[in-house]
Design a protein. Structure first.
Length: 181
C-alpha cells in the first residue's frame, strides 16, 4: 500500500481501519502522529517505527504532549520512550510512566522514591508491588500516597498496624473500609 493510500484510509470512519493504518510499516510519520492518540498500541507496535526514528530522531518527542503521555502509559512503550519519560523535567511524564503496567522492577523502585507525591501515589496504586515497597510507601510523608497503600488488599501486617495509627483520618478510614471487605 502506498503512503497516499494509507493517508486517505487514516480518515476512514471505521476505527479498526484507522488502527490498521497505524500498524502499517509504510504509514507516514505525520499520519502516525494523528493516529497515535486513538491507536497507541498499533503505532508503538508498527514495524516501521524503529526505521522512522532513525530518519527522524525526534519522532514522538516532538509530538503533542498529550499524545506522548498516552504512548508512555501504554505497555508497548519502548525502553527509549520510558527513559525519556523517566528523565523529563515535568513530573506528569513520570506520573504517566508510573501507570505503565509493563515497567520493570528497577523503574518501579526508582519511581517509588520520586520527589512528587503524585508519582509515588501512582506507584502505590499499582496492582503488583513487592512487599518492601508497600512497607516503605505505607510510611510515605504524604497522606495521599498512604491512602493508596491503605486501600490495598495485600497489605503486610506491619503496614496495617502502622496505618491504623496514621495521623490522617482519611488514611485510617480508607484502611478500615478495605479491611471490612
Amino acid at each position: 500500500m502506498t503512503a497516499a493510500e494509507l493517508e486517505r484510509l487514516a480518515g476512514h470512519d471505521d476505527h479498526a481501519v484507522r488502527c490498521a493504518v497505524a500498524a502499517h510499516p509504510n504509514t507516514p510519520p505525520d499520519v502516525l502522529r494523528t493516529l497515535a492518540p486513538t491507536c497507541p498500541g498499533e503505532v508503538l507496535g508498527n514495524p516501521g517505527l524503529p526505521l522512522l526514528r532513525l530518519a527522524h530522531p525526534r519522532l514522538i518527542l516532538d509530538w503533542p504532549r498529550d499524545t506522548q503521555l498516552t504512548l508512555i502509559r501504554h505497555a508497548l512503550a519502548p525502553r527509549w520512550l520510558r527513559r525519556f519519560a523517566m528523565t523529563h523535567a515535568q513530573s506528569d511524564f513520570q506520573v504517566a510512566l508510573a501507570t505503565n503496567l509493563a515497567l520493570n522492577a528497577e523503574d518501579v523502585a526508582a519511581l517509588a522514591h520520586h520527589g512528587a507525591w503524585q508519582v509515588r501515589a501512582r506507584i502505590a496504586a499499582r496492582p503488583e508491588l513487592p512487599p518492601a515497597l508497600i512497607e516503605a510507601l505505607s510510611a510515605d510523608p504524604d497522606y495521599g500516597v498512604r491512602m493508596y497503600i491503605a486501600a490495598r488488599a495485600d497489605l503486610p501486617g506491619a503496614s496495617v498496624d502502622r496505618l491504623r495509627r496514621d495521623a490522617s483520618v482519611f488514611v485510617r478510614q480508607v484502611l478500615e473500609q478495605g479491611q471490612r471487605t
